[in-house]
Design a protein around this ligand. Structure first.
Ligand code: SIN
Length: 488
């Protein structure tokens, strides 16, 4: 399959280093395939440690002038980049659906979501304030200034091939850093199209480098060991995040980690049932269940349990899985056959331990990357679907008796990214929100993401926040300057 674009020059297959498109030194490439059809889409340059080192050196050189610019000048380029992303929404969405599989409507939504981070940080970058500290000595003043952290290395996932990049590149560039990005090997084309638009917006050479590759350890190894890199930002799995943090320890790099989740949606007897069903559907099946904040466990109080399962499963039975380019498709494939098999293994583990399949429970007939939207009942906390991130369209519905049970079950995980609750009680919404050990809590709402909120987790879901005014902090150092002898 070839990707049909209004502007075919957005389809790039080379690395972008120091303002130039280039092949890998070895000439090696890796194949990008369409998960819906299994058809090859493109062969992309597969770079390694040497090219990554070159990109880091280019970033360091480019940063000097960029940091010295007034924030307003950096902001103007980011604004232009934002406009170009919006103008090219359709092509960016087509590229995304082709390589990632999500429906075209979801891809258009993600392009807008991704662009919003560039706009937001173009504005926020102008508001990097410091402090003046009154000192104990009358002839001194303490001044706190915020400075760019330095060269940033970013490693991004395939589930949001656009927005997870802009959420990092936006703040990094806005405050004066340069960035070297390794996009997921499954979805490099979205990243390369984004950097092409940044280049067209006038971003100076070397500030935003993209190093695609299938040898993640060699690119990641260079990023985490190179002393020029001052910060590594990663979105992906908890095991990989832990490894990167260990590797970064040798050169004491700053890190931001947006890692795995195991989100509970807690639905109390006093919830508005229709609102809860709609929220749980969105939270569970967005991007075919492949987001870190997707509902992993539906915890439903016993009085409302049967009614919830009935309505929820009825709505799931309306879903149509298929190719993301078909207008009738509501949910696309998962990213790979391996992922579909892993999802099925979790379902079969639950079934072997006594779970009931209300709907779905099998691989899809449309191809190796499809999995039927699934609802499971009679599930318990020893099953893999309770303990592990499912990352697929499978909803296990657990029953609980009391508020205390719900909070205990919700917190019974090493993860702490997002949690949701449905109740009509004001007191309970405060109590439970405060008791949940999560970085983000949605009360009677599961569509919690946007550029204005601090996205991030606690426990083994990571550290750091992306988006919002807090998203700048991860790219800034705090410097204290003491002005003394002021009596002279
Ligand atoms: C993620 O899956 O990590 C991102 C989800 C979002 O930004 O809403």
């Amino acid at each position: 399959m070839t990707i049909q674009l209004q502007d075919p020059s957005l389809l790039k297959t080379q690395a972008f280093i120091d303002g130039l498109w280039m092949d890998s030194d070895s000439g090696e490439t890796f194949a990008v395939t369409d998960p819906a059809t299994g058809q090859p889409l493109a062969d992309v340059a597969s770079v390694g440690a040497t090219e990554t080192r070159r990109a880091i050196a280019a970033a360091e050189r480019a940063m000097t002038e960029w940091t010295a610019l007034p924030a307003k000048s950096r902001s103007e380029i980011l604004e232009k980049w934002h406009r170009l992303i919006i103008e090219n929404t359709e092509d960016l969405a087509v590229i995304m659906t082709a390589e990632q599989g999500k429906t075209l409507a979801e891809s258009r939504g993600e392009v807008a979501y991704g662009a919003s981070f560039i706009k937001w940080f173009a504005e926020e970058g102008k508001r990097v304030y410091g402090d003046i500290i009154p000192t104990p000595q009358t002839d001194r003043r303490g001044v706190v200034v915020k400075q760019p952290v330095g060269v940033v290395a970013a490693i991004t996932p395939w589930n949001f091939p656009n927005a997870m990049i802009t959420r990092k590149a936006g703040p990094a560039l806005a405050v004066g850093c340069a960035i070297v990005l390794k996009p997921a090997a499954e979805t490099p084309l979205s990243a390369l199209a984004l950097v092409e638009l940044a280049n067209r917006a006038g971003l100076p050479a070397g500030l935003f480098n993209v190093v695609p590759g299938s040898d993640a350890p060699s690119i990641g190894g260079e990023m985490t060991s190179n002393p020029t890199v001052k910060k590594v930002t990663f979105t992906g799995s908890t095991p990989v995040g832990k490894l990167l943090m260990q590797q970064c320890a040798n050169t004491v790099k700053r890190t931001s980690m947006e890692l795995g989740g195991n989100a509970p949606v807690v639905i109390f007897d006093d919830a508005d049932l229709d609102l809860a069903v709609a929220g749980a559907l969105t939270a569970k099946y967005r991007n075919s269940g492949q987001t870190c904040i997707c509902a992993n466990r539906l915890l439903v109080q016993e009085g409302i349990y049967d009614a919830f399962v009935e309505k929820f499963a009825a709505a799931v039975s309306e879903f149509r899985i298929g190719n993301g380019f078909d207008a009738s498709t509501t949910h696309g494939p998962v990213i790979s056959e391996k992922a579909a098999k892993e999802i099925d293994a979790k379902v079969q583990n639950a079934v072997a331990e006594g779970a009931t399949v209300v709907i779905g429970g099998q691989p899809g007939e449309q191809g190796g990357c499809f999995y039927q939207p699934t609802v499971l009942t009679n599930v318990n906390d020893s099953m893999r679907v309770f303990r592990e991130e499912i990352f697929g369209p499978v909803a296990p519905v657990f029953k609980f008796k009391t508020e205390e049970d719900a909070v205990r079950m919700a917190n019974d995980t090493e993860f702490g990214l997002a949690a949701y609750l449905y109740t009509e009680s004001m007191g309970r919404s405060w109590r439970v929100s405060e008791a949940l050990e999560y970085g983000m809590v949605g009360v009677n709402e599961t569509a919690i993401s946007s550029e204005v909120i601090p996205f991030g987790g606690v426990k083994e879901s990571g550290q750091g926040r992306e988006g919002s005014k807090y998203g700048l902090d991860d790219y800034l150092e705090t410097k204290y300057i003491c002005f003394g002898a002021l009596q002279r």
